[in-house]
Ligand binder design. Sequence first.
Ligand code: DOR
Ligand code: ZN
Length: 423
Amino acid sequence: MLKLLLKKGFLIDPSQGLEGKYDILVENGKVKKIDEEIFEPEAEILDVEGYIVAPGFIDIHVHLRDPGQTYKEDIESGSRAAVAGGFTTVVCMPNTNPPIDNPQTANYVLEKGKKVGLCRVLPAGTITKGRKGKELADYYALKKAGCVAFTDDGSPVEDSSLMRKAMELVVQLDSVILDHCEDDKLAYGAINEGKVSALLGLSERSPEAEEIHVARDCILSYRTGARVHIQHITTELALDIVKHFKDKGAPVSCEVNPNHLIFTEEEVLHSGANARVNPPLRTRKGRKALIKGIQEGVIDCFATDHAPHQTFEKELVEFASPGIIGLQTALPMALELYRRGVISLKKMIEMFTLKPAQILKLPYGTLREGSPADIVVFDPNKEWVLNEETNFSKSRNTPLWGKTLKGKVIYTIKEGKIVYKDK
Ligand code: DOR
Ligand code: ZN
């Protein structure tokens, strides 16, 4: 069927300032027309009355673990989790094995993503060879092979001179650095340095570990003109720094992981190692600052940092692998903020669509006529439980495991094809 007609949904497309009841006609994988009422006898009709319709979500920070750690996740299981969460485009982090520091591995990720055929899987290349922080990767070759950004995510780049060189090259390529900001020597431990680490006697990661790198890389962005996107920001001071450099005109942006907006370090007391993530869950005060950062526009977008690990890797907090899965929980968590009156639905959708597209200069996250028909349809009120039956990831490392979540994706459509349908 080449034509699909979505009838009577409540469309929110921030890229066009559209908010209201509209029909959407899709033809040959592209948005053909949006209007209050469309008749098209040849089209397959999808009745989406009572649901919210938006551009397909974009997640610029996911770990698919493929190649190399496919017992945690692979491109197929990760793609299934992505479309079940409403994502039609994901950017795959290069801390795979081998890392995406060469065109062959980038090509493997792209091709496998296409073969699976659910969401668009775009690779990010490493900043340094082997993510070792010593030598720059070949950005020209990686970009040519399809890498949409560069990052050593999981590790910081400690050498400031190397980072400056990386930025100079990124300017020439009109690409962007996705920046994991944590000073290695200050962020050596398991959880946030604070009340809970003291109580449990756990090793620590300090807020200044993050802030020092955010400051350094905002300065380097300001000096070099490189687009620098700060990943998973968590502290008030880090936000102040980003705001300062945005105000000065530096091309910096930043993302927030919904887990940092919902949980605090105290979650470690309830969920143990499933609440261990880098940078760590922080304080209530920090969480408040993040919410203000969203409201004031300092934080640009959501990104899940979907980081699957197996149960045996999550036994003791002190020795556990850091990370939380997030592709299927991001929308319910963001909707929770909406219900608390923190953000509007329009703002929420903008942070899942238009903003990440702009940061990476991707032609998605919009339903303008002629755009790829990447669409999500969701019910903001439908309740469901994240468990063996509903989870598509190979891993289950989240404090939300077994919990009832509110907000469910009903359809995910990529280039006009239904890639996920709620049961
Ligand atoms: O908690 C994290 N897990 N933070 C990162 O930056 C990397 C990620 C992973 O790869 O597991
Ligand atoms: Zn990271």
